[in-house]
Design a protein around this ligand. Structure first.
Ligand code: BES
Ligand code: ZN
Ligand code: ZN
Length: 510
């Protein structure tokens, strides 16, 4: 996909199709919306006719396509829903819906009438960003294992037309930035969608090395013997069952764009396959567990975007990568493992492996880099999906400023987060009789929060935010139809947009 900015009207840009939008009409509303006058003129009264025939209702997900009588171009009119509930997320979804409807229909280039999506409270800059997101993510296809593409839109032109004004520089910069972010999301999805036979811990390390080479980031990979020297007993225990795909810890360093910037560590759970291990999962729950590396892959995407956008803070990415499978060398329920910071974990369930891996990754990140803040992303608990569903990730944080910064970034990007509490009740529950903490509890309460209480033991008091992305990391054929059109079946790369936005807006000095 490409995104361009054109100063002309969408109707005069030479594209295969023009995209415009229309609000939902009331039951008794008959007057043709003035906002569609330009489209109607260019399409010789066809839009007005369709309105009169009540074909256009303006409901969300409604896509109406008009061919020009001369066969030269198409108008794609997408429903925006009720005007009173209009926001940037409506634009993001509408753009994706249009691009999806055009798949395989011979539309290669699309000109977007920016004015149609610039309506209070959405400014032209915010609308342009949302259009870039919607078209890039909506057009996304995972093509590695398919002979050919469905034929998605390849180029989006944001046509300024009557939005042409003095903020053109801001607008062009916004489109540039958002293109980098959307490309990073797509890049992340391509790795997160790889199956576990291919995307081994070593493969994730290779992806990090290649990224580092491309962007000039320092990348360090710790293999199993190095991890043993470092006393990373957690990653080694979880990864011990897989002889074919041994564990790795991967560190990427982006030096920061400001002279005395903050240091922010971003840590990801990278379980390349979660069978549950000895505490094996039932077959249906295992089906999507190649996506259990989504947090770590999102960290790669975040580092990519941060480096390309030259965000102010120094950013350290840490990936804890292991394959959780049963074998004679697997860790077992009852084992006690010693982690990087010296704390011991009583393993009661080998399927609660994410927190065991993150224990080492978090402890290493805070001890080695003394960050001002640490953010982790993990497909950590099934309980998160039960609590919040497939669109919203759980945010648990020990620091109100960090939490509200992430919530603000969430509101700006449309990746929903919901803050949940962390109390002494949860902290008590994870204490162990024979070690410092236990990785599972006999009573099924607040699974997402006890997991967070566990992780808190490994951040050494650093301001910390935990994003449990279990539900939002991927969509399945079952949940797909309830999701916005910019989430394809498979990996969503959730977290890349919100955390990148947070880093961009992060103050220059810590
Ligand atoms: N990777 C799973 C969590 C998960 C579930 C992610 C569904 C995505 C969708 C995690 O490792 C796990 O199995 N957690 C257990 C923890 C329990 C054994 C304490 C869970 O949530 O059931
Ligand atoms: Zn598990
Ligand atoms: Zn897992």
């Amino acid at each position: 996909m490409k995104a361009l900015v054109d100063r002309r009207e969408a109707t005069s840009a030479a594209s295969d199709a023009v995209l415009s939008g229309v609000f939902e009409r009331g039951e008794k509303e008959t007057a043709f919306p003035r906002t569609l006058a330009k489209e109607d003129a260019a399409w010789k009264g066809l839009v007005h006719a369709a309105w009169d025939h009540r074909e256009i209702k303006g409901k969300r997900r409604e896509v109406t396509v008009f061919h020009r009588p001369d066969g030269q171009s198409r108008l794609v009119l997408v429903g925006l829903g009720p005007r009173a509930r209009f926001d940037h997320e409506v634009v993001r979804r509408a753009a994706a819906e249009a691009v999806k409807a055009l798949k395989g229909k011979g539309v290669r280039t699309l000109a977007v009438r920016l004015a149609a999506f610039t309506q209070d409270p959405v400014t032209s800059e915010v609308a342009a960003r949302a259009v870039v997101d919607g078209t890039y993510l909506g057009a996304y296809e995972f093509l590695k294992y398919r002979a050919k593409s469905d034929g998605a839109v390849e180029e989006t032109t944001i046509a300024l037309g009557e939005e042409l004004g003095r903020d053109e520089t801001i607008l062009r910069k916004a489109v540039d930035e958002q293109r980098t972010i959307a490309e990073s999301v797509v890049w992340t999805r391509d790795i997160a969608n790889l199956p576990a036979d291919t995307a081994s811990p070593e493969r994730l390390a290779e992806e990090a090395r290649a990224l580092g080479k491309e962007l000039g980031l320092k990348v360090t990979v710790f293999d199993e013997s190095k991890l043993a020297e470092m006393h990373c007993g957690g990653i080694l225990a979880v990864g011990g069952g897989s002889t074919a795909h041994p564990p790795r810890m991967v560190v990427l360093e982006y030096p920061g764009g400001a002279r005395r910037g903050k240091t922010i560590a971003v840590v990801g759970k990278g379980i390349t396959f979660d069978s549950g291990g000895i505490s094996i999962k039932p077959a249906p729950s295992m089906a999507n567990m190649k996506f259990d590396k989504s947090g770590a892959v999102a960290v790669l995407g975040i580092l990519r975007a941060a480096a390309l956008l030259k965000v102010p803070p120094r950013v350290i990415g840490v990936l804890g990568c292991a394959e959780n499978v049963p074998s004679g060398t697997s860790y077992r329920p009852g084992d006690v493992v010693r982690t990087f910071n010296g704390k011991t974990i009583e393993v009661l369930n080998t399927d609660a492996e994410g927190r065991v891996v993150l224990a080492d990754a978090l402890a290493y990140a805070v001890a080695q880099y003394r960050p001002d803040e640490v953010i982790d992303l993990a497909t950590l608990t099934g309980a998160q999906v039960v609590a919040l569903g497939d669109d919203t990730a759980a945010l648990i944080s020990t620091d109100d400023r960090l939490a509200s910064g992430l919530l603000a970034a969430s509101a700006a990007t449309g990746e929903p987060l919901w803050r949940m509490p962390l109390t002494d009740f949860h902290r008590e529950l994870v204490k162990s009789e024979i070690g410092d903490v236990r990785n599972s509890i006999e009573i099924p309460v607040a699974g997402t929060l006890t997991a967070a209480a566990f992780l808190e033991n490994f951040v050494d008091g650093t301001p910390w935010a935990h994003l449990d992305i279990a539900g939002a990391a991927y969509t399945t054929p079952l949940t797909r139809k309830y999701q916005p059109a910019y989430q394809n079946i498979g990996a969503t790369a959730f977290g890349v947009r919100v955390v990148t936005r947070y880093l961009m807006d992060s103050p220059r000095s810590g």
